[in-house]
Design a binder for this molecule. Structure first.
Ligand code: ADP
Ligand code: F6P
Length: 325
């Protein structure tokens, strides 16, 4: 029997969300069902902002950043009252299943709906790459590419002026963007929340480089450690390092998704529809060792911190390749 399958985006937007929406809509229609969009995340869901989507509505979406369904932060959804409003609207529109694209906060909302008996599947969409149950989240690859582009440009000027650049990248409490983009641009040091750092060591490494003729320094700082200007202030106590602090900011959230994010989004969206068709609920999509997987959302949320995507190998890789010895 034909089903009605809806999709929403929630939390911070991420490149690749649109490609996932497109895949959900197209696969739903391909399989003979009806596709629906929900605007403004859980707020729109509770308010019944639900509309029919046709295949043509998602034309050309793979290439576009942001989310055409808009996103919102709606704290009321943590309360049962907000969740019941959503269930009421889903029933009113005869929706059979919902795909939620978002981060771990959005997953908590999806889990709440599943616990109320509504067929709900999650897709990991956040640039932070901080959701357990997957090696990669949608938007992470694109955000790293954006950060690398900025870092490469900053290095040009750092080198010309023999300056020290402290570049703050996003990631909330995770250091993945810092680690990947830092390695990608050959940063001298990468400072992330998962690893303690010591300013004496940071300075010692810069001095060591200067003794060998390396007069500029690139430090990639994850926002979860401290703001770049604070780091700069702490460094400046040690002497004159010609410091400039730069915050790359929300540029990392926008732009056309990378090839990897487009492909991942399409595979996640396609598989999420299959999961709903199979009656699987309260689960989230992931990719592990290049294979599509799914995990109960509860298990994924409970493993946060233990199953972090942080990779010790990458941290050491940078330490052992960045020093001028
Ligand atoms: P992200 O999904 O990117 O982690 P947020 O943490 O802002 O972003 O969460 C997005 C939305 O998910 C929130 O605005 C809220 O509507 C919903 N949400 C967050 N936490 C919960 C919760 N504990 N229970 C139900 N819904 C939640
Ligand atoms: O979760 C994505 C993210 O961009 C984080 O990296 C960052 O800490 C946060 O969202 C910024 O949130 P806002 O857009 O509300 O400033």
């Amino acid at each position: 029997m034909a089903k009605k399958i809806a999709v929403l985006t929630s939390g911070g937007d991420a490149p690749g969300m649109n490609a996932a929406i497109r895949a959900v809509v197209r696969k739903t229609i391909f399989d003979g069902h009806e596709a629906y969009g929900v605007r403004y995340g859980y707020r729109g869901l509770a308010e019944g902002d639900i509309f029919r989507m046709e295949a043509a509505d998602v034309s050309n979406l793979s290439a576009r950043g942001g989310t055409v369904l808009y996103t919102a932060r709606y704290p009321e959804f943590a309360n049962e009252e907000g969740q019941l409003k959503a269930i009421e609207q889903l029933k009113r529109h005869d929706i059979d299943g919902l795909v939620v694209i978002g981060g771990d906060g959005s997953y908590r909302g999806a889990l709440a709906l599943a616990r109320h008996g509504f067929l709900t599947v999650g897709i990991p969409g956040t640039i932070d790459n901080d959701i357990p149950g997957t090696d990669f989240t949608l938007g992470f690859d694109t955000a790293c590419n954006t950060a690398i582009d900025a870092l490469d440009k900053l290095r040009d000027t750092a080198k010309s002026h023999m300056r020290t650049f402290i570049v703050e990248v996003m990631g909330r409490n995770a250091g993945d963007i810092a680690l990947w983009s830092g390695i990608g641009c050959g940063a001298d040091q990468i400072i992330i929340p998962e690893k303690d750092f010591n300013m004496d060591d940071v300075i010692a490494q810069i001095d060591h480089g200067r003794e060998r003729g390396k007069m500029h320094t690139m430090i990639v700082l994850a926002e979860g450690v401290m703001p770049a200007h604070e780091f700069a202030e702490a460094m400046s106590q040690y002497g004159e390092y010609h410091i400039r602090a730069v915050v790359i900011g929300h540029i990392q959230r926008g732009g056309a998704p990378s090839a990897k994010d487009r492909l991942l989004a399409t595979a996640f969206g396609h598989r999420a529809v299959e999961m709903i068709e199979e009656g699987k609920s309260g689960i989230c999509m992931g990719i592990r060792d290049n294979k599509l997987i799914y995990t109960p959302i509860e298990e994924a949320l409970n493993s946060k911190g233990t199953d972090s995507n942080f990779n010790e190998y990458l941290y050491n890789l940078n330490n052992e390749t960045s020093v001028w010895s």
